[in-house]
Design a protein around this ligand. Structure first.
Ligand code: HEC
Ligand code: HEC
Ligand code: HEC
Ligand code: HEC
Ligand code: HEC
Length: 467
């Protein structure tokens, strides 16, 4: 045990050295790790803990006729394909093969909860599942939640699908004056307005060792957004332009439109795109619209600046600093699957003859990040202290470098300026993001691997005269 810990610390410090000033995060064990509910490792449940009929869950087509706007926005979101999109599918099958059916059911509790509460997962072969069990985070998941249970659970907070889900004659809505309509009843679901609805799935806790693998909600809760009552919905159920304003002003925005095709007038509605930073939507969920929106979100999330002196010496070292500020995200940048997501800085410094004095963060011949890149994200270690990107193997965090909301991260770079260099010196920096590295995508998807798109989030230039 002591040896394993030592190894973790050594590895952590090697990583820190690699990525500059990064702070090594000690294993964050949870006081109440192991949890077993009526549906196994997932916290998801039903009113009496017994399976409910899958027929009580609709698919998109059951809502689209009367709610064309919500259905159109939702179709092609990662929620709409949370069970079927090919990267997840391959990853989940890998989990099933390596860690077993119980772990697979833990994944499914968040990625397609209807399959778990209906008792179909664990146990049913993928091609024998009805469509409603493969519908992902569907309309009838959020709108048929009966109760959030995180606060009364083992961690006293949301995580691992901490809600009661059951088919119901009424759909949950936030409207104060609820009226049943010819198609279905409605009830007031106050939880729809709360970040804790999202947090129930956007907090991933390792089911046996309690490591908090994904913690977007924890990051948000410590932020000025939480303080001002700006919830996940205020950015992710608004247009990109509105979300930018929400982040800038810390005031909510309103979208108007039709609740249903039968509605007589416009009122405040909530765009159902649920776009984050995954710009591979075209390849993974078949939606170019969602991909373009993810790109726009990424490009509004950060500011990049180069801090350098106006004049520098010849034949000596020039120190410049790259500063990245999280201006638009209500949580850390990047967030959630940060062991897989890659956000990094590419920096090029040239003299006036175009001679390269420094290059950092340029992809190598395999399109991978070279060592010593200024990368934001984290690395997970398994129980033996080896690096892993598989959440079910994770036992501790080797290093983590993510930028909290509204915070700035700085990294110095040292450039040796030759005596014969011609000034001025030109500095170019770019902040880049991709949802995974080609190496990880290949390890998971084998021959079906896709090429993750690289999005330029921000760029900056500076010039230094030579003395
Ligand atoms: C036959 C038409 C029809 C179908 C099918 C339908 N709805 Fe509705 N729904 C309505 C009408 C009409 C309203 C009320 C609109 C209004 O008051 O402006 C409504 C309202 C809602 C509301 C908001 C309640 C409120 O009063 O604010 C939710 C949530 C909702 N529906 C969810 C769903 C879901 C999820 C599905 C698919 C499983 C679905 N609906 C299928 C017609 C339908
Ligand atoms: C991830 C959870 C989630 C999913 C999935 C989801 N909704 Fe909603 N829906 C909400 C929330 C949250 C609100 C209210 C927004 C708020 O409180 O800010 C809402 C509001 C609505 C409303 C009221 C009108 C409006 O836009 O505010 C309708 C109708 C509706 N949803 C229908 C649907 C349909 C149809 C689907 C599937 C195509 C769907 N929802 C999928 C969370 C969800
Ligand atoms: C507590 C709920 C929860 C559990 C349990 C869970 N996930 Fe997820 N998963 C999420 C959420 C939320 C996201 C979205 C985060 C994001 O995209 O940044 C996600 C994203 C992913 C993605 C990224 C998809 C993409 O296309 O980039 C993969 C792959 C994935 N999960 C695999 C798994 C596997 C395999 C398991 C089980 C071993 C699992 N997840 C367990 C909630 C969960
Ligand atoms: C039942 C579980 C569940 C709930 C509830 C839920 N999510 Fe998700 N969410 C997921 C999963 C799983 C994914 C990733 C699916 C995939 O890529 O395979 C996801 C993906 C996303 C993404 C896209 C991430 C990306 O990489 O671009 C956003 C944004 C998001 N969710 C926001 C929300 C918000 C806001 C709420 C609350 C209104 C919410 N989610 C509620 C499970 C959930
Ligand atoms: C102030 C606006 C804002 C708020 C509030 C906010 N987000 Fe985000 N979110 C963003 C932006 C901008 C991005 C794109 C940059 C990034 O990936 O972090 C994003 C990205 C994401 C992603 C995708 C991460 C990835 O790499 O795939 C998820 C998942 C997500 N948000 C979930 C949430 C949840 C859950 C909450 C509430 C606890 C929330 N967000 C609150 C603005 C916001």
């Amino acid at each position: 045990m002591r040896q394993a810990l030592l190894l973790v610390i050594v590895l952590a410090s090697i990583r820190c050295a690699q990525s500059g000033s990064s702070v090594a995060e000690r294993p964050s064990a949870n006081p109440a790790p192991a949890h077993r509910g009526p549906f196994g490792l997932s916290m998801v449940s039903t009113p009496d803990g017994k399976p409910v009929p899958i027929e009580g869950f609709g698919v998109l087509d059951d809502c689209s006729l009367c709610h064309p706007r919500q259905a159109e926005e939702f179709d092609g979101s990662f929620h709409s394909r949370a069970h079927e999109e090919p990267f997840y599918r391959a990853f989940a099958e890998l989990a099933r093969a390596e860690a077993g059916e119980a772990t697979y059911a833990w994944c499914t509790g968040c990625h397609s909860p209807a399959a778990v509460v209906s008792g179909l997962v664990p146990g049913t072969k993928e091609d024998a599942l009805p469509d409603a069990a493969k519908a992902g985070v569907s309309c009838d998941v959020c709108h048929q939640v009966q109760e959030l249970t995180g606060a009364s659970g083992p961690w006293k907070e949301p995580g691992n699908a901490s809600f009661v889900l059951a088919p119901s004659k009424t759909k949950a809505s936030i409207r104060a004056e609820i009226q049943s309509n010819p198609a279905h009843g409605a009830r007031r679901g106050e939880f729809l307005e709360r970040a804790e609805l999202c947090a129930s799935c956007h907090t991933v806790v390792h089911p046996t060792n309690g490591l908090r693998v994904e913690h977007t909600y924890d990051e948000w809760k410590k932020s000025v957004y939480a303080e001002k009552g700006i919830v996940c919905q205020d950015c992710h159920m608004r247009t990109v332009e509105q979300a930018v304003e929400v982040a800038r002003t810390l005031k909510p925005a309103v979208v108007e439109g039709r609740t249903s095709a039968m509605s007589a007038k416009d009122r405040a509605i909530h765009p159902h795109f649920f776009v984050g930073g995954n710009a591979d939507a075209e390849r993974l969920t078949g939606s170019a619209t969602h991909a373009a929106m993810a790109e726009a979100r990424l490009q509004s999330a950060a500011l990049l600046a180069i801090e350098a002196p106006e004049k520098g010496p010849r034949g000596a070292e020039l120190v410049l600093t790259v500063a990245v500020t999280n201006v638009g995200a209500g949580h850390e940048l990047p967030t959630s699957l940060t062991e897989i997501r890659e956000m990094w800085v590419e920096l090029v410094v040239r003299d006036a003859d175009g001679k390269e004095l420094l290059r950092s963060g340029a992809l190598d011949e395999h399109d991978e990040l070279p060592p010593k890149t200024l990368r934001y994200g984290c690395a997970l270690l398994d129980a033996k202290g080896r690096e892993t990107f598989k959440p079910w193997e994770a036992a501790s965090i080797a290093w983590k470098r993510c930028i909290p909301p509204k915070a700035t991260d700085r990294e110095p770079f040292r450039v040796a300026v030759p005596r014969d260099a011609r000034g001025p010196i030109a500095i170019e920096a770019r902040l880049r993001f991709r949802s995974a590295s080609p190496r990880v995508v290949k390890a998971v998807m084998k021959d079906a691997a896709y090429e993750p798109r690289v999005v330029e989030m921000a760029s900056a230039t500076a010039s230094v005269a030579l003395e």
